[in-house]
Design a protein. Sequence first.
Length: 122
Amino acid sequence: TTINLGSHTLLNFYPKETVKSDEPCVPDYLEDRESRLVGSKNPSFSLLLQPRSLLILQKEAYQFYLHGIQEVYEDKITNTIANLAFCKGVKVGDVLTRKTRISLTMRYVPKAIKASFLLQKR
């Protein structure tokens, strides 16, 4: 769950690579996120997060996609933005300039690794 304050942003979604059953499961924070992208590095779709918006990721969006925000100063609005019909005052072709943004994110993490694993000396 994310509450977006301040400026807008575009949240891009990329399909996760399917993991083979014989591969060990590696925690996300130890894995190279770039290696998990499939094919091109173009997003499958994006969501426009407007100021004072609430985003709840669940089901397919949470399980089958990686998400991220590009480091850019402006966002060009295209027809790949899945929630554009619900965004007031924004249309395809608009260019939005980013300003300061504050994001409050809450995550539920049902499986965790014990801290002692991370603190072991090698």
